[in-house]
Design a protein around this ligand. Structure first.
Ligand code: ZN
Length: 260
């Protein structure tokens, strides 16, 4: 059994284009087009039974439509656990967050680099407080040495300011900024996911971060449509983990986080 904690999905109409644009942003070739059907197909090959699915609103007026899309996909596929989107410029955030929670979404995904805001901006404080009150975990894209939106130090500010907010910092806490993740986030009250990291981070460094931070705070994620599930699992299995630690990261930790 595997839970994929980090999967993006897009409506059929825009899947191909959205996937291509993200490939350009990260200067890489995407494995898939971002459709829910291909996600299920790719994950099935390695035994994924649950997927945390999300999509990001890059402008405020897309928020409701994207949340409605995620809700409809969750209703269509029993394998999906939906995380909604919110945008710093979306004014009625309190009602929208309550609405999506009541319709079954379980958390919020933020991508500050796409949404162009610094994750620790005071403008998000009230939003984080409502999310924390609703007990919805936030999965936040973390890090990118080319930008200054979501780096580990900024995520640490959010953790310090919002002690009851549950935060998952994607990509071992800092995509292409793993030294900063080590300095600012390892040992903190934050979860990490493994997505889009193991292709680049040397095995010994990844092992070291898991040891220092604690395997019980790591979640397996594919970052679909960026990667193929079989390849991501292969990279994951190169880590020096005990069978118990492996099981925890592949699904038990995610089960625990979602039951909180
Ligand atoms: Zn993501």
């Amino acid at each position: 059994m595997i839970i994929d904690f980090h999967a993006h999905i897009y409506p059929a109409k825009i899947a191909e284009k959205a996937s291509k644009n993200i490939g350009l942003f990260y200067n890489t070739q995407m494995c898939y087009d971002g459709s829910p059907e291909k996600l299920l197909e790719s994950g099935r090959k390695i035994g994924v039974e649950k997927y945390i699915v999300h999509s990001t609103a890059t402008v405020a007026h897309q928020v409701e439509a994207i949340n409605n899309y995620i809700i409809s996909e969750v209703n269509l596929h029993k394998e999906f656990v939906g995380f909604g989107t919110i945008h710093p410029d979306y004014e009625d955030f309190e009602n929208e967050l309550k609405r999506i929670k009541s319709l079954g979404l379980r958390g919020i995904k933020l991508h500050p680099d796409f949404q162009k805001f610094q994750v620790d901006t005071p403008g998000m404080d009230d939003v984080y407080e409502v999310i924390a009150e609703l007990k919805m975990p936030v999965l936040v894209h973390a890090g990118d040495y080319r930008y200054d939106f979501s780096g580990p130090k900024r995520i640490l500010h959010v953790l310090e300011k919002h002690p009851s907010l549950i935060v998952v910092a994607a990509h071992f806490g800092g995509y292409t900024e793993w030294d900063n993740a080590m300095e600012y986030l390892v040992g903190q009250r934050v979860w990490f996911d493994t997505s889009s990291t193991l292709w680049k981070l040397p095995v010994e460094k990844a092992d070291g971060m898991i040891k220092s931070h604690g395997f019980e705070k790591f979640l397996f994620g594919s970052d679909y449509p960026m990667w193929d599930h079989e390849d991501e699992l292969k990279r994951f299995l190169r880590l020096s983990l005990s069978p118990e630690e492996r099981e925890a990261i592949l699904y038990k930790n995610a089960e625990k986080l979602l039951s909180e």
